[in-house]
Design a protein around this ligand. Structure first.
Ligand SMILES: Nc1ncnc2c1ncn2[C@@H]1O[C@H](COP(=O)(O)OP(=O)(O)O)[C@@H](O)[C@H]1O
Ligand SMILES: [Mg+2]
Length: 237
């Protein structure tokens, strides 16, 4: 077995000098695959994502990307290494236009970004139609497309998404998942948190159930969907 492309391994830590939220927590994603983190509210899913992205001081454990230990790197340094993160909240600039949001996403780049913007408009055609509109005027699903598009502007190797389908209708959710699969097919690894556990595990190569900051169940998406304990406890039977 080769090492996973991105792994937060045995992560323990919390916020500031507060109590630990993560306890020996491990999450990983393979090259070009989709890994999904599910679990109850307050389980530490967002905290685990922040830890992998370098927004949390770990008391122990490590984060590795492509075999390189990046535990000590700042979030912006991780972006330079090919990581992109769409946080759960405040993930767009509402007073800026759609296109300005995409341009902001490319702030680290010094090369021509027009081609990447074009690729994002091909992935999310509605964003082309609304490119001159303030992002805050868009629907929930469209805002999430802006957030994902903005993250893709750095041309990442791994895209981390915290609840990309929060607050959208089932139809919009299905569409977003289809687009996420499309992104993965281009070779970008996806690590995402989802509250729509059943639907997310159905598209996941690997799934993690977190409970109280620790790994409760880990398997392929199909294994977790078929596991009686996981179904009863986390998927509503
Ligand atoms: N910025 C923060 N400062 C202190 N505690 C936090 C912060 N964010 C989250 N927590 C705490 O960490 C725990 C896990 O929260 P979170 O990672 O957001 O869970 P989830 O994403 O699984 O719903 C909760 O007890 C929450 O209150
Ligand atoms: Mg969360």
């Amino acid at each position: 077995m080769s090492a996973p492309f991105l792994i937060g391994e045995a992560m323990t830590g919390g916020y500031g000098s507060g109590a630990d939220i993560l306890h020996d927590c491990t999450i990983a994603v393979e090259d070009g695959e989709i890994a999904v983190i599910v679990g109850p509210n307050g389980a530490g899913k967002s905290t685990a994502m922040k830890a992998v992205f370098g927004m949390l001081n770990l008391r122990s454990g490590s984060v590795r990307l492509g075999g390189e230990d990046i535990t000590a790197l700042k979030p912006q340094e991780r972006v330079a290494k090919g990581m992109a993160f769409v946080p759960q909240t405040n993930n767009i600039f509402t007073s800026m236009t759609v296109e300005e949001n995409l341009e902001m996403g490319a702030f680290l780049r010094r090369d021509d970004i027009a081609k990447t913007i074009e690729q994002i408009y091909e992935l999310f055609p509605i964003l082309r139609d609304k490119r001159r509109q303030a992002a805050g005027e868009l629907s929930g699903g469209q805002r999430q497309q802006v957030a994902v598009g903005r993250a893709l502007m750095t041309r990442p190797r791994v895209l981390m998404l915290d609840e990309p389908t929060a607050g959208v209708s089932p139809i919009v959710m299905d569409e977003l998942f289809d687009r996420i699969i499309e992104v993965a097919r281009t070779g970008i690894s996806i690590l995402m948190v989802e509250q729509n556990a059943r639907q997310a595990l159905a598209i996941a190569h690997k799934g993690y159930v977190l409970v109280q900051g620790a790994n409760a169940f880990t398997g392929t998406g199909a294994e977790l969907l078929a596991d009686d304990n996981v179904r009863r406890s986390f998927l509503g039977g």
